[in-house]
Write a protein that binds this ligand. Structure first.
Ligand code: ZN
Length: 276
């Protein structure tokens, strides 16, 4: 979806360096803390949390397919830089109740539930002691060879991975009737709960499409939070039914794009350039 040319890439890097220089002087003179917001409940200062969004980890020629080797490069970077993966439950306890998180928390998410999440991403994540959250299209699980089976899902669940709903059929909820949308939301939740034996509390919008009405339906269907593909980090000022993520794409320079997208988010937020 988003590709950056070499020229645009250079401009982004120059812009980032400029923001970095500017922000370090702001920090030193006014003691503003990076990417922090005041908690609704009081004076507790809570840092925003990056939520990465992947789809496929394979070698297809598609911007949503990250080759395993490049995925490992990104995961190794996170590991070497002290990041710890968290679950959506941990994220919500933190956002709603200020419950402490590890020092550099990150939530890694995958949409759609592709088989390569199990065959390619899972071994790499395990190698680095990381977990992730995968949003499943329940009609595709075990019914289409390009997607995972429930047994594979349960195996990852035992290893600490979390699962959320991405509807029954990957329908864009803004484009179908209210009745159909409620069915997509409720039936997928029930199927997941039956298959996995735990509450399905989290949802990711297929194609990223949502509006206030859809958010309300997600809430009514029994979910506690929902994830968008809007660029940004999740913080106490985020709408829990429209949580920002950092989509990761394959490009000419996949790692550079990953690095910029991850590290620019707190800076852009601080300068009010994203999330209004
Ligand atoms: Zn999707």
């Amino acid at each position: 979806m988003v590709g950056i040319s070499r020229r645009q890439g250079c401009l982004i890097i120059l812009g980032l360096i400029f923001l970095l220089v500017l922000s370090s002087s702001v920090v030193s003179t006014t003691a503003v803390v990076a990417g922090r917001n005041s908690n609704r409940a009081g004076n507790v200062s809570l840092a925003d949390v990056p939520i990465l969004n992947y789809h496929k980890i394979d070698t297809l020629h598609h911007s949503l397919s990250i080759p395993p080797q490049e995925f490992e490069e990104q995961i190794a970077y996170l590991s070497q830089n002290g990041f710890t993966t968290i679950s959506p439950d941990q994220l919500m306890s933190y956002l709603n109740h200020s419950k402490a998180l590890p020092e550099k928390p990150i939530l890694i998410t995958f949409d759609d539930g592709y088989l390569d999440n199990y065959t390619n991403a899972y071994p790499i994540l395990k190698k680095y002691g990381f977990t992730a959250t995968i949003f499943l299209v329940t009609n595709l699980v075990g019914h289409d060879e390009r997607f995972m089976t429930w047994d594979q899902v349960r195996e990852m669940q035992k290893a600490g991975f979390a699962f959320g709903s991405h509807t029954v059929s990957h329908a864009a909820l803004t484009k179908i009737s209210r009745e159909q949308a409620m069915e997509e939301l409720i039936d997928s939740r029930k199927e997941m709960e039956q298959q996995l034996g735990v509450k399905a509390r989290y949802f990711a919008y297929p194609t990223g499409a949502y509006n206030l009405q859809v958010e309300e339906m997600v809430k009514q269907a029994g979910y506690k939070a929902a994830f968008t593909i809007r660029y940004g980090q999740a913080g106490t000022e985020s709408d829990p039914y429209a949580l920002e993520r950092i989509p990761i794409f394959k490009g000419q320079q996949t790692f550079r794009s990953f690095f910029i997208r991850l590290n620019a988010a707190p800076l852009l937020e601080r300068f009010g350039l994203i999330r209004n």
